[in-house]
Design a binder for this molecule. Structure first.
Ligand code: BES
Ligand code: MN
Ligand code: ZN
Length: 495
């Protein structure tokens, strides 16, 4: 369940709640709400700043208890840093810090006054939506595969109200809740272990999504159907695993019957061992996240449907497991793709492009107006951009601008890499139309170039989320990216 959001128009000092949240900049500069609390409580915040018990430094949070003159049981003071440097990113971060602190308190709800802060270039709707999404992202906790715990009597945070003038439009909170649901759905799928989240499991989730949402059509193709369609590249990857592949197709028709759909395609490798070109064991566990492209497009699809977006949408997920084995494909195998082009598989670990190329060919039967694929495709993208930006590749400048803007607006940012034809020659081989690897230079781009050969004549873009899809480490979690970017792109198109 996502957090429950609402608006609060009363002033900070008179609202009855387990906790009010107010911001303080450094150099002892109080936000308006902090000033009101301070005045009602006889200068309590000012005194704490003067004694250096509060600093206003970014990332700091300090709960104050039992302030006389204030109706709330607690006041959480959140450090905002330098007022002159306060911007969209710092605002989002302050909301994340807030929720982390609130989770540590024995309370079930709180009222935050951070949305009253000025954020350059952003309106109230943006501030509310960003606060809601940042808070919900911090509130999410993966618990699925732990031994069930007895319900504790300690209250847990489940509702958050944001200060806004009386009569403000609360519909943005419904929108934020739908996005948060999509993000949580994507994160949960990403976090699930690969013995649970198999291709069949992903297909089951898609069926369930369709069951829960009237108007959604779900179709799942199995091996035999894929064979008949000639999806030799996808099947070549799948053949090493006992977990059989699925091609998941979801459709939403919120637009006119004659309107071309938007297409989302997501890489669904439920575990990537590398196949015969096997990966080193250190860190291999992270390859359970290799279906985060699939999770991302499914999450965005869920949000689009929950919002009943007035557009047509088709979502295609090739779901496979990449395993070694006696029936696995070999380096130097040549496979024939659904498009008819042949591919020499020089490295079985470059499997994402092999399943995506057949999915990209398949989705063209819907004659989409744009195709966006999302994939944890290359380690090279992580080398190039790190974990903060998704890699965007497209030959369509206006589509690039639309996607970059959607990422900027949601702080789910992408950065464009070139897809010039100059790179295409790196994919040449003497044994097939195309090789599945492009050598040591520009690995993210040559992967994009490979996909470009299967999307000719369409407005297409590729998002490499190898860096942005999850946080590293034992406790690293799927981020749900790029659900916010994709949803924003669709929202902008639906207007
Ligand atoms: N799923 C990986 C890409 C990946 C690696 C994502 C590390 C996140 C972190 C992909 O299937 C892969 O193995 N790519 C190879 C391609 C290479 C063989 C051309 C890679 O990046 O090393
Ligand atoms: Mn791989
Ligand atoms: Zn992979």
């Amino acid at each position: 369940m996502t957090l429950q959001f609402s608006l609060e128009s009363r002033n900070a000092e008179i609202v009855e709640t387990p906790c009010v949240v107010v911001g303080v900049f450094d150099e002892r500069m109080l936000s308006t709400a902090a000033q009101r609390i301070d005045a009602a409580a006889g200068g309590a915040i000012t005194r704490l700043l003067e004694s250096n018990d509060l600093s206003g430094k970014p990332g700091t949070t300090q709960p104050l208890f039992g302030l006389v003159g204030v109706k709330a049981a607690r006041v959480l003071v959140v450090g905002l840093g330098d007022a002159k440097k306060f911007d969209a990113a710092r605002y989002a971060k302050a909301n994340v810090d807030t929720t982390r602190a609130l989770k540590g308190l024995p309370i079930d709800s709180a009222v935050s006054y951070l949305a009253e802060l000025d954020v350059p270039g952003k309106d109230l709707a943006w501030k509310l939506r960003t606060a809601a999404l940042a808070s919900d992202a911090q509130a999410y906790k993966y618990t699925t595969t732990f031994k069930p715990r007895e319900k504790s009597s300690r209250p847990e945070l489940h509702a958050l109200a944001f200060a806004a003038p009386a009569g403000s439009d609360a519909s943005v909170l419904e929108q934020a809740t739908a996005i948060a649901k999509g993000v949580r759905f994507a994160r949960e799928l990403g976090n699930l272990p690969p013995n649970i989240c198999t291709p069949a499991y992903l297909a089951g989730e898609a069926h369930q999504l369709a069951k829960d949402h009237p108007g959604v059509i779900c179709e799942v193709l199995e091996e035999e159907a894929m064979y008949k369609l000639g999806m030799g590249a996808l099947l070549g990857v799948a053949q090493g695993s006992a977990n059989k592949p699925r091609l998941i197709v979801l459709e939403w028709k919120g637009g006119g019957a004659d309107e071309k759909p938007y297409a989302l395609v997501g890489k669904g490798v439920t575990f990537d061992t590398g196949g015969i070109s096997i990966k080193p064991s250190a860190g291999m566990e992270e390859m359970k996240f290799d279906m985060c492209g699939a999770a991302g497009v499914l999450g965005a699809f869920l949000t689009a449907v929950e919002l009943r977006l007035k557009l047509n949408l088709v979502c295609v997920v090739p779901a496979v497991e990449n395993m070694p084995g006696s029936n696995a494909q070999r380096p130097s195998d040549v496979v024939t793709t659904m498009s008819g082009q042949t591919v020499e598989v020089l490295n079985t670990d470059a499997e994402g492009r092999l399943i995506l190329c057949d999915a990209l060919t398949y989705v063209q039967k819907y004659n989409p107006q744009t195709i966006i694929d999302v994939a944890t495709l290359t380690g090279a993208c992580v080398v190039a951009l790190g974990k903060h930006a998704s890699g965007l590749m497209t030959q369509d400048d206006s589509l690039a601008d639309e996607l970059l803007a959607a990422g900027q607006a949601t702080l789910d940012r992408a950065w464009r890499l070139p897809l010039w034809d100059d790179y295409q020659s790196q994919l040449e081989t003497g044994y097939a139309d195309i090789a599945n690897i492009g050598g040591k230079y520009a690995g993210a781009i040559t992967a994009g170039c490979f996909l470009a050969r299967f999307t000719e004549g369409f407005r297409w873009a590729h998002l490499d989320i190898a860096g942005s899809a999850w946080d590293e480490g034992r406790k690293g979690s799927a981020t749900g990216r790029p659900v916010p970017l994709l949803v924003q792109y669709l929202l902008d198109r639906a207007q």
